[in-house]
Ligand binder design. Structure first.
Ligand code: PNS
Length: 165
């Protein structure tokens, strides 16, 4: 039984993340999608609770995938879950470079934790949470960027918070 963890800020979760989750769910017996609530990102658009709800809704259809939040060290979370693999996605060499560095940091903390980097599918190479946030700000139709399950709630929160320009 191989347990894997897919961590991220997910501000918000996009179809690019879902692509990685769907593919990783086929590779591993159990996959935890870990919403890092203290990720080093200033001014997130969505609160940890909102991001967590989005992720929960978006992964509900995958039987072996579970969403959780974590505010500490990623390696501690992996240890707590009995996970031996970290899953990351890479869209380009910049992503690969930073994920490679993070994999070395995580391996330095926990030597038996492997990082598996999945290349983004071609149709999602230009997807990112920051691009999704721009589309939300500028009232673009969101179905082509975000999982359908979360679009109404993202729209509702964006209106309520007056995020829109
Ligand atoms: O979606 P992101 O913001 O690119 O994800 C980055 C994240 C959250 C995976 C990374 O910052 C992280 O692992 N943070 C948890 C704190 C930690 O364990 N740091 C050491 C490994 S770099």
């Amino acid at each position: 039984m191989i347990t894997a963890v897919y961590p991220g800020s997910f501000d918000p979760i996009t179809l690019g993340h879902i692509d990685i989750i769907a593919r990783a769910a086929k590779c591993f017996d159990r996959l935890y999608v870990c919403v890092m609530i203290n990720a080093d990102k200033r001014n997130p658009m969505f609160t940890p609770e909102e991001r967590m709800e989005f992720v929960k809704k978006a992964v509900a259809r995958y039987e072996n995938v579970q969403a959780e939040a974590w505010s500490g060290l990623l390696t501690d979370y992996a240890q707590q879950k009995g996970a031996t693999v970290l899953v990351k996605g890479a869209r380009n060499v910049c992503d690969f470079d930073s994920e490679y560095q993070m994999s070395l940091i995580n391996k330095g903390i926990k030597a038996d934790l492997e990082t598996v980097i999945l290349p983004a599918s071609a149709e999602y190479i230009h997807f990112s949470s920051s691009m999704a946030r721009e589309m939300i700000r500028y009232r673009q139709p969101l179905h082509q960027y975000l999982p359908a399950e979360i679009v109404p709630e993202v729209d509702r929160i964006a209106e309520a918070k007056r995020i829109r320009r």
